[in-house]
Structures are given as C-alpha cells and as structure tokens.
Write a protein that binds this ligand. Sequence first.
Ligand code: AP5
Ligand code: MG
Length: 220
Amino acid sequence: MAALTRLLLVGPPGVGKGTQAKRIADSLRVPHISTGDILRDAVKRATPVGLKAKEFMDSGGLVPDEVMIGIIEERFAAGDCAKGYILDGFPRTTPQAEALERLLERLKLPIEAAIQLDCSDAVVVERITGRRSCSNKACQATYHVEFLPPKNAGKCDRCSSPLEQRTDDALDAVKKRLEKFHRETSRILPYYEARKLLLVVDGKGTPDQVFAGIRRIAGF
Ligand code: AP5
Ligand code: MG
C-alpha cells in the first residue's frame, strides 16, 4: 500500500499529538499544522485573533468555530500541502470537520486517515503537568520533566532557550480541556468512522512505540 500522507491526529489534550505530528512531518516531509501552535503564536504577537483567542485558551475552552475555520483556510492557502499534511488539533467540533471536508474537497486534497491516539485521562494528566516547552517560537521543542527530560534542566537541547510551562497547563484548565474533549471533540470520531477514515492507535506506550503504531497503519 502507498503511504498515507494526508492525515489528521485526534486525541485528548496531552496524549502526544504534537510529539507524534512532528515525527510524522519529519518522516513524510510534509507540513505540521497545529492550530494550538498557530493560536499561541497569535497570542504572543497580540494579533486581533490572538487577543480574541487568549481568554478561551487560558480557561481551557474552545476558540469559536468561525475563528478556527478562518485560520485553517488561511493556512491551506499557503499552498504547501500538495504532497500531504499532518493536522494536529483541528478539527475539534463537527462544524469544523464539515468545513474542513468542504475545503479539502475544493483543493482536491481530501483526508486519507483520521488517526485517533487513545489513552486514559489519568495518563494524559501526568503527561501534561510534566510538559515543558521551548520559549523560542522558531524551535518549539517539547520535553517532559520525567519522560523526556532536557540534558540541562530548564534549557532547550536544540537552541538553549529557557523552557516554559504553558499557561493552559494549570490543573483547572486541564480538567476543562479534558471535559471539552469528551463532550465535544469525541463527536468527530463517529464522523470519521462513518467515512471509513478512522484508524485507532494505542497512545499509552513510549513515544517510539506510539510512532511505530502510526507508521504501521499509515504504511510509511
Ligand atoms: P492544543 O495546543 O492543540 O492543545 P491540546 O489538544 O490540549 O493538546 P496538547 O498540545 O496539550 O497535547 P498534545 O496531544 O499535543 O501532547 P504533547 O505531544 O505536547 O490547543 C490548545 C488550545 O487552543 C485549546 O485548548 C483551545 O483553546 C485552542 N484550540 C486549538 N485548536 C482548536 C480548535 N480546532 N478549535 C477550538 N479551539 C482550539 O505531549 C504532552 C506531554 O507528554 C509532553 O511533555 C511530551 O513530552 C509528553 N509525551 C508525549 N508522548 C508521550 C509518551 N508516549 N509517553 C510519555 N510522555 C509523552
Ligand atoms: Mg499539542
């Protein structure tokens, strides 16, 4: 089978979508499109979208669909996805999934697989609370204090910038993000199942084990 290269990752906060999306993007040489990263960049630069999104993000809520759909249309307009793409964190609601389907039909770049990373809430809470991210937005490497520690505490291995904790990784916001996932985002799973695009990968193992599972089902 030819490798699947037009992919999206779906799963609860902290399951490892960003970690795996970076590896997939490197292996397939396709763009990694993370709506969370796009929004955090907009917040840092205090753009109109960033100012609007900040409150929703900090409290663990979802940014309104019309804002998100606008962001994703603008991102695909860059025209660098002809050989594939890996979407991370979009879509998160049924209206987003429907808008994406229409957009990608128009561009003749339909999704080939929606990969669900499956993991318990207890494990993802442990992963999120130990996460540290590089403060240099051109780098954006992520670490975990226990599972993936940097060589020098508090400093990025790649660029030596200080590591920081995301503002939405406080426990209250994490609980709300998980609730949103179970109540809203999980509804897109039957959406993709009905289109025979849903593939499930066990997200519990080490990053290498999870990546091996993804490669196996996506054929690369
Ligand atoms: P977003 O940035 O997408 O956050 P999220 O979905 O909550 O997911 P995370 O980024 O927290 O986790 P991840 O799955 O990427 O895990 P990671 O690889 O970092 O969105 C943030 C916010 O933006 C949302 O809450 C919302 O407000 C808004 N937003 C974004 N998109 C939106 C949309 N479409 N609609 C509306 N609003 C939207 O891993 C986590 C940690 O675990 C790391 O420390 C990592 O090193 C470690 N780790 C990873 N894999 C493993 C493993 N296998 N074993 C052990 N440790 C591991
Ligand atoms: Mg992420």
